[in-house]
Design a protein around this ligand. Structure first.
Ligand code: NAP
Length: 466
């Protein structure tokens, strides 16, 4: 009997998705490349290791794998993003027939997805770009799925996607056909950027409490648990308090982890795409730059001796810190929702931000009560900083943000994401900015012209004295 679905790549995500599909009754063919001496019999070993994969067929030859699938074939690629995907598509393409479907489920750059779709379209092979969030646990038990591609490609994939999607708090599936082309991978990329800044904001709150408020790990975990029991509830807060409480015979595990954070391409890709199209993504920039600088460990060690740090007791309460954290999160979500809305408009994708909140409310790493609260606020045109209630909340939180940042500044504690959030808010709420002078400078040295206040549509070239 031919199999319903083929999965290429038996790494962390591929094998977890395979187990989830198998548990949901789909018949599967599994493929992992063979590298003599290091990667041999990978797929076969999984069919022996996991009860639910016993019925799956395992392959190391792509042609046998493709031949094992019922037509039209549906093949999921879950391999390292980048050249590996192009290599596999180049190998698969001659083995496929018009009407077959490739579901590219890794963290591809959305422009790569669009390029691959166009190439496959010439051969009448369908392709869906699928954003998958939720890590290993999500892949195994219910993921958040963001699909991009034609309606016919989506229709072929939908029954399979439905069975592995997480359920949202309101009982819907965390699955959406976001729009055409690379839209699914685009929103997954932006999701990851939100994740970067969410993680950074928690890390800053942790560092503030540990360094300036003198709380120990258990006390900090207790504060974070209280936040998690409030409107600030999120999966990332939940796992952070668990991490802080984790101990073994050598003590707290966090004490033995090096302070150098790794990263993949998605945060940087969001920042670059945003910058190319005028989206001020200072939140992901601050989170990314903090990770980049964390990797300059040798420099930090050498220079630390020149940085006198005066650790003064601070009079900031956990509630004021919580307000600064909440403020940072609103700005983070707003910047990225605004970017998605702008790209959707420019590329004609018609992304429904409310649907996106629903897809991100379950299964994925950034799931939080905030996303559920934002769902009705982003239904339709995105309002500046979401709505009147959110604007009032930000205004009310601002004194706490300033207090936290001032205390951190006094003590040379870099709160890059909280500061970035405050600066963004200050810039966005400043009626008169210094940009007139920047316009004049550009015109003076480069004859770029200026827009005058009374004729904002027409460029004027001013005869500056030289
Ligand atoms: P992984 O554990 O490192 O697995 C990567 C898989 O890709 C392995 O099966 C590997 O085969 C295969 N592969 C790499 N290069 C290949 C090539 N040139 N030809 C054929 N196969 C190749 O990675 P993962 O965590 O499963 O991630 C897979 C994709 O999902 C990535 O795009 C990742 O960004 C994305 N993603 C990951 C997560 C997560 O939480 N891990 C969440 C969402 C999305 P070998 O075993 O033979 O090397």
């Amino acid at each position: 009997m031919k199999k319903q679905l083929g999965i290429v790549g038996m790494g962390v995500m591929g094998r977890s998705l395979a187990r989830n599909w198998a548990k949901n009754g789909h018949s599967l063919s599994l493929y992992n490349r063979r590298i003599s001496g290091s990667e041999e019999g990978v797929a076969l070993a999984l069919t022996q290791q996991f009860e639910e994969l016993r019925q799956a067929a395992a392959y190391e030859e792509l042609s046998d794998f493709v031949a094992s699938l019922e037509q039209p074939r549906k093949i999921v690629l879950m391999v390292t993003a980048g050249p590996a995907v192009d290599e596999l598509i180049a190998e698969l393409r001659p083995l496929l027939q018009p009407g077959d479907l490739i579901i590219e489920a890794g963290n591809a750059h959305y422009l790569d997805t669009e390029r691959r779709m166009s190439m496959l379209n010439v051969h009448k092979i369908n392709m869906l770009g699928l954003g998958v969030s939720g890590g290993e646990q999500g892949a195994l038990n219910g993921a958040s799925l963001m699909a991009g591609g034609t309606p016919s490609a989506y229709a072929l994939a939908e029954p399979f996607l439905k069975s592995i999607a997480a359920k949202t708090p309101s009982g819907q599936l965390a699955l959406k056909h976001i729009g055409p082309g690379g839209s699914g991978h685009f929103v997954k990329m932006v999701h990851n950027a939100i994740e970067y800044a969410e993680m950074q904001a928690i890390a800053e709150a942790f560092e503030f409490m540990y360094t300036l408020m003198g709380l120990d790990y258990d006390a900090i975990a207790q504060v974070l648990e209280a936040w998690n029991g409030s409107s600030q509830q999120s999966y990332l807060l939940e796992i952070t308090s668990r991490i802080l409480r984790t101990k073994n015979e050598q003590g707290y595990v966090i004490d033995r982890i090096a302070d150098r954070a790794a990263y993949n391409q998605t945060g940087a890709a969001t920042l670059v795409e945003g910058a190319l199209w005028g989206a001020p993504l200072s939140m992901v920039a601050s989170a990314l730059f903090a990770r980049f600088i964390s990797n300059k460990k040798a420099q930090r060690q050498e220079l630390a001796q020149y940085a006198e740090r005066s650790l003064e007791a601070v009079s900031v309460s956990p509630d004021e810190l919580k307000q600064a954290y909440a403020f940072t999160r609103i700005i983070n979500h707003y910047q990225h929702f605004e970017m998605i809305a702008a790209f959707s408009e420019r590329l004609g994708w018609k992304v429904n931000l409310s649907d996106l909140c629903a897809v991100w409310s379950s299964g994925c790493i950034i799931r939080s009560t905030l996303l559920q609260q934002l769902m009705p606020k982003v239904n339709g045109q995105l309002s500046v900083l979401f709505d009147k209630a959110a604007r009032e909340e930000l205004f009310a939180q601002k004194p706490s943000v300033k207090k936290v940042i001032s205390a951190a500044m006094e003590n040379d504690l870099p709160l890059s994401s909280m500061q970035a959030a405050l600066i963004y808010y200050q810039q966005l709420t400043q009626e008169q900015s210094s940009a007139a002078l920047v316009q004049a400078q550009r015109d003076y040295f480069g004859a770029h012209g200026v827009y005058l206040k009374q004729s904002a549509e027409n460029l004027t070239f001013y005869p500056w004295p030289k």
